[in-house]
Design a protein around this ligand. Structure first.
Ligand code: ADP
Length: 634
């Protein structure tokens, strides 16, 4: 196709002449007579050259040179001057026109100038195209290199398949460096040998059996120095017995300054030398491989720890559940599942505990968690009893552990049964002993010593009988046998009890001072048991308070609660004994050895109070006396 010439000239006979001359030698022409049509034709017809007249519509056209070359830098422009001026030639040449003609204008001169400009422009165009092609090719190569590296990088961070990742690293190393083989060697620290963890273009068997000593080998050198090796030989280089290569790159696999292996590529057949850039690419891949290996190691280590931890938790005998701060289940072991009837297959992770477990005793532990409870019993429907603890865990939430104490409960029940039976069976023979001791005096005269012995027998038997009665009472109240309730005036019961015990207080020259409110509500209760409660508390106060001291009693009402308070000036109760004094047979450590009593009195009191839905507690300081409080609902 012939070139198109744009004639940017004013309409004139010269234009006709030039246009004809060009056509005669085989060029096509288009004409424009002003700037706007020049621009339009440039865009529409893509002329190969512009022949620009010195004037367009009476104006200088030098400005147009600038705007044309700004848009089309390789466009040849031949300038057709109207005058022969050195300044003008200089100006337009500086602007970058490729030819300059001045009057008198001859058509052959114009044509030859145009032709040589076109030739030069073509050469320039060819060169530019070649350069662009070259640059594009190398850019494309870089881009595809980057893409491969990016994919591997993504692989390393997202895949847990170490074999796959390492295989990909080695094959990328081979393809990016256009080499024949690639291998990833890892150091076996025990044997100080390198083995092949992944290979490309090697036979499976070769990969598996590959072993290379660290000493005196190229790969070993990389391990020892931590520096890459690049080898481009004219002769063959032996890297292993009977293994020769022409070119090779080995780079270290480093993790935190520790060399753990070597990544290498080599050429055995072809003499394709490697470049420093290849070393760079392989080093990058080696970094990826090292990270992948370390990630896998860390993952395995943490998985091991986790499964060990899980095994410990699920195999422990205690039931365990771990909750987060929002009381969602984070972990539950098999014992807890079994205890609380959560199916082994049910996925309860992250579910709200109250949605999964509906057991009242268990949930009340959650309600009372802020009370710093040490013991909390959970009674399951299956007659099993657990002792549960709630432990807040900073940063996690809380752990609830439970131990099966059913067997302890059962033992306790057996003990109570035993004590009850024995007490019961002892009562009749003791009554007989007492009866016959009384009869002795009636069947014959006894001397004073004999009388004294009989008195001692009677007193001892009375002690044992009262102990047995206490035990039987306790058993009866605990078993809920005396649930009889009637409306009572609690103040009369207290007064009755006081009347009975006044004599013992007098004996010790103690004063009993009672402050009994006149406006007390009726209370539903068991009068005999409540009397027993007052008796025990008051007689304790008398018993433990030294002679000539004062005992204060107060009975009043607050709202729907009757409050009884008894304060003495006795020895007090050591703080470590206070939590236990309401247990059966428990006596505080400061009780004098011969003080009468069996440690059952307060246990009976507590059982009575609780069977009336009340509460009892003590406040006491050693040497400062004790105050017992009883609160009963009206
Ligand atoms: P006991 O038969 O030993 O009095 P209790 O069950 O009545 O048994 O009391 C248990 C223990 O509580 C007593 O052994 C004593 O150590 C302590 N205790 C009870 N009341 C008082 C008190 N008023 N002053 C000091 N200690 C007391």
């Amino acid at each position: 196709m012939s070139d198109l010439i744009l004639l940017a000239l004013d309409e004139s006979s010269t234009l006709q002449l030039i246009s004809r001359a060009f056509r005669a030698v085989g060029y096509k022409t288009v004409s424009a007579h002003d700037k706007a049509s020049v621009d339009k034709l440039m865009q529409e017809s893509h002329p190969a050259l512009v022949l620009l007249g010195g004037q367009l519509q009476g104006e200088k056209s030098t400005g147009l040179i600038d705007s044309l070359l700004l848009k089309y830098p390789t466009l040849p422009i031949v300038y057709l001057s109207t005058e022969n001026s050195v300044e003008l030639i200089q100006e337009v040449l500086q602007k970058g026109v490729s030819g300059y003609l001045h009057p008198p204008l001859k058509t052959d001169e114009i044509i030859s100038t145009v032709e040589s400009s076109l030739k030069r422009a073509k050469r320039l165009g060819d060169w530019v195209r070649k350069e662009v092609k070259h640059t594009t090719a190398s850019l494309e190569k870089r881009v595809s290199e980057m893409e491969v590296l990016l994919t591997i990088g993504r692989d390393v961070t997202s895949s847990l398949d170490l074999d796959g990742v390492l295989k990909n690293v080695v094959s990328a190393a081979v393809s990016l460096t256009k080499s024949e083989e690639g291998s990833l060697l890892l150091l076996d620290e025990e044997s100080n040998e390198l083995y092949m963890r992944a290979g490309h273009n090697f036979e499976e068997g070769f990969v598996r059996s590959f072993r290379l000593p660290v000493t005196d080998t190229l790969a070993g050198q990389v391990i020892e120095t931590g520096k890459p090796i690049i080898l481009n030989k004219d002769s063959l280089e032996k890297i292993q017995t009977a293994y020769l290569v022409q070119a090779l790159i080995y780079v270290p696999l480093k993790y935190k300054d520790r060399v753990i292996g070597v990544l290498g590529v080599d050429n055995r057949k072809h003499r394709l030398p490697f470049t420093e850039r290849d070393v760079l690419v392989i080093s990058l891949l080696a970094d990826y491989a090292a990270v992948a290996i370390e990630n896998a190691r860390l993952y395995e280590a943490s998985e091991n720890e986790r499964s060990k931890f899980e095994a410990v938790l699920s195999n422990m005998d205690d039931a365990l559940i771990i909750l987060d701060k929002e009381e969602r289940i984070q972990l539950i072991n098999d014992v807890m599942r079994e205890a609380l009837n959560v199916k082994p297959v049910e996925d309860v992770f992250n579910k709200a505990i109250r949605d999964i477990i509906t057991h009242d005793d268990f949930l009340s532990l959650l309600e009372r968690k802020n009370e710093n409870l040490r013991y909390h019993e959970v009674h399951l429907d299956s007659d099993r009893v657990f002792s549960a603890q709630y432990t807040p865990i900073k940063g996690v939430g809380a752990a609830i552990t439970m131990q099966d104490i059913s067997y302890l409960k059962e033992l306790n029940r057996l003990k109570d049964d035993f004590v009850h039976t024995v007490s019961h069976d002892l009562r009749s023979p003791l009554t007989a002993v007492l009866g016959y001791a009384e009869l002795l005096e009636r069947v014959g005269t006894l001397n004073d010593q004999q009388k004294e012995f009989i008195r001692r027998i009677q007193s001892s038997v009375e002690d044992i009988t009262s102990l047995i009665n206490d035990l039987l009472d306790l058993g009866r109240i605990e078993a809920g046998f005396d649930s009889r309730r009637e409306p009572i005036h609690i103040e009369s019961i207290l007064e009755y009890s006081l009347g009975n015990l006044e004599a013992s207080a007098l004996e010790k020259k103690q004063s009993l001072e009672a402050d009994i409110s006149a406006e007390l509500s009726l209370l539903r209760g068991n009068p005999i048991r409540l009397r027993q409660m007052f008796d025990n508390l008051i007689s304790n106060a008398i018993k433990y308070t030294p002679e000539s001291q004062k005992i204060d009693l107060k009975l009043h009402q607050e709202g729907t609660q009757i409050i009884f308070k008894i304060s003495d000036q006795g020895p007090g109760i050591p703080p470590e004994d206070q939590p236990h004094i309401f247990e059966k047979f428990y006596r505080a450590s400061n009780v004098v050895a011969d003080a009468p009593g069996s440690g059952l009195g307060l246990a009976i009191v507590k059982t009575i109070v609780e069977s009336h839905n009340g509460r009892i507690w003590v406040e006491s300081k050693v040497g400062m006396g004790s105050t017992f409080f009883v609160v009963l609902p009206t």
